[in-house]
Design a binder for this molecule. Structure first.
Ligand code: SIN
Length: 283
């Protein structure tokens, strides 16, 4: 695709592109915005460098794409309920988002995307990986595609006991809300293969964090095929890896990429703010 208002540089053969020539702190004209949107749909996750955003500017960019989500489990940034602070202080060992996942697929209408902004990064490490679920689906055999298209995944948030939540809060800088462990969230069903509403491409839509079985089957019965899909979904050739700098922004499409934060910077600090854009029921 040709772009007149922005420069778009892919960072891998499967997904991910850096966008240059945009200052997200300033109002973005409709022509440039439409190209950012096109690049997002084409590359599935887009990155911006050297941004300097207030919380309101970060939220303002998110609102160009939809209404903003208030994270159901984590304590938000003070004064900004729509900002999920993803933090690690040097003394903490655990981080948020260590396993491959889509965001919040236990909700009937999971987010369409998330916009992560780096405030402070470690000297090395703390990269985020992304995996194209278009590539994951398209690389399967016709027989497997046909089988998966007939299946529905059952997602839930595996609400933790208050003791487990308290333990997590000891280990991590980003804190779970006190009421997060007692909140009852029902199971939620989504097709195992979804069609992206804008690209029209099919994507695999299961993740180890929240998909625990197929509809009409037990967990034990579902496990072998789910395990195959979980491992298959992040084969290296489907991924890109983003190295953060202070002021970097990543905006991922939560329908067609999964992501994973790398926990490889012990003793260092990493401070990010995330704005999450609401989406529709995947079909
Ligand atoms: C997440 O949103 O799951 C965390 C991503 C990151 O910190 O790189």
């Amino acid at each position: 695709m040709a772009y007149a208002h922005i420069e778009v540089k892919p960072i891998s053969g499967s997904c991910g592109a850096e966008i240059h020539g945009v200052d997200l702190s300033q109002p973005i004209g409709n022509a440039a915005f439409s190209e950012i949107h096109d690049a997002f749909v084409e590359h599935q996750v887009v990155f911006f460098r050297n941004q300097d955003l207030t919380e309101d500017q970060h939220k303002g960019f998110g609102r160009r794409f939809g209404t903003l989500n208030i994270h159901p489990r984590y304590v938000p940034l003070e004064g900004h309920p729509e900002i999920f602070p993803i933090r690690k202080d040097p003394e903490h060992k655990r981080i948020v988002g260590e396993s491959w996942h889509h965001d919040l697929t236990h909700l009937p209408e999971p987010p369409m995307g998330s916009i992560l902004y780096a405030l402070e990064v470690p000297p090395v490490g703390g990269d985020t990986m992304f995996a194209s679920q278009y590539e994951a689906y398209e690389s399967l055999s016709d027989g497997m595609k046909e089988l998966l298209c007939s299946l529905t995944g059952v997602h839930d948030n595996r609400i933790q006991s208050p003791t487990i939540s308290a333990g997590r809060n000891e280990e991590r800088t980003s804190k779970l809300r006190e009421d997060a462990s007692s909140e009852e969230e029902p199971e939620c069903e989504h097709p195992v293969v979804i069609t992206h509403p804008e690209s029209g491409r099919k994507a695999l839509y299961v993740n180890r964090v929240r998909t625990h079985r197929f509809k009409g089957m037990t967990e034990e019965e579902s496990k072998p095929l789910l395990e195959f899909l979980f491992e298959h979904s992040h084969r290296p050739e489907f991924t890109c890896r983003f190295r953060w700098q202070k002021g970097s922004v990543a905006f991922w499409d939560n329908l067609c990429v999964m992501h994973k934060a790398l926990n490889d910077y012990p003793g260092h600090k990493r401070y990010m703010n995330r704005v999450t854009v609401n989406g529709a029921r995947p079909v």
